[in-house]
Design a protein around this ligand. Structure first.
Ligand code: RB5
Length: 146
């Protein structure tokens, strides 16, 4: 997956962490889908937009930030081409890449220490998918569920 271009979106609860991520990883060409101010918005709208962009750019990583990260992850995982991981520490971020081939990192801007979230983002960028037995399991993620 490419870390040259990364797609990012947030709601009002994730705005300050999103801004820190963009500032910290300034070498990346960010596609920032908003929101861009503290006005209250609905997080599923932003997850939908990110899903649409990743549909046309399947090699890109996405980052979704809301207050808890939870609503963004729930919405993102409705899309078959997204594997969105709600992560809470560096280990969960690493495993989401190694084992689950996550292509979207979901972060809780109100719950996570922001310095930790930046470290988690770096780990997410730098960790490759392990493949092997995990590839078979990831294949099954989109199997019939109901
Ligand atoms: C917004 O108040 C909050 O519900 C949202 O940012 C997120 O935490 C939802 O999962």
């Amino acid at each position: 997956m490419s870390t040259n271009h990364v797609v990012i979106a947030c709601d009002h609860g994730g705005l300050s962490l999103k801004q820190k991520i963009i500032q910290t990883f300034s070498q990346i060409e960010w596609q920032d889908l908003g929101t861009s101010n503290e006005e209250s918005v609905d997080y599923p709208d932003f997850a939908n937009h990110l899903a649409e962009v990743l549909k046309s750019h399947p090699d890109r990583i996405g980052i979704l930030v809301c207050g808890s990260g939870q609503g963004m992850a729930m919405r993102a995982n409705k899309f078959a081409h997204l594997r969105a991981a709600l992560c809470w520490n560096e280990e969960s971020a690493r495993l989401s890449r190694e084992h689950n081939d996550a292509n979207v990192l979901c972060l809780g801007g109100r719950l996570l220490d922001h310095d930790l979230a930046l470290k988690m983002t770096k780990v997410f960028f730098e960790t490759p998918f392990e493949g092997g037995r995990h590839a078979r399991r990831v294949e099954k993620l989109n199997g019939k569920a109901d």
